[in-house]
Design a protein around this ligand. Structure first.
Ligand SMILES: [Zn+2]
Length: 108
């Protein structure tokens, strides 16, 4: 699965960018309208992290992010991203396989 370069979220277009991070799998910057994905992610970890960051953007765009505590927001977006990838059997079919990283690392 080739990931898109941009994604529309409730009227705003976020660009999807690469980053190098030892601590984050991804990051959603609402002011910049950018979603960053760690270069070391591959396969389904990359898809799940994109879903995770898109869910942060959705909660921000609908005004819900300001109403919930950060830790709860992380639980919500990570749970829904996991459910989405597992339920719809989203699979990565590219050949970009690199080292697998633990999902226990930090997403923001
Ligand atoms: Zn997060």
């Amino acid at each position: 699965m080739k990931l898109p370069k941009t994604i529309d979220i409730f009227g705003k277009t976020y660009s999807i960018e690469s980053m190098n991070s030892d601590t984050l799998h991804g990051q959603c910057c609402h002011d910049e309208l950018k979603i960053y994905l760690d270069d070391s992610l591959s396969g389904n970890d990359r898809i799940q992290t994109l879903c995770h960051e898109c869910l942060h953007a959705i909660l921000y765009r609908i005004g819900a992010a300001a109403e919930i505590e950060d830790g709860l927001e992380e639980v919500i977006v990570d749970s829904i991203a996991t459910w989405f990838v597992e339920t719809f059997h989203v699979k990565f079919r590219g050949n970009l396989a690199r080292s697998q990283r633990s999902r226990s690392g930090g997403d923001e």
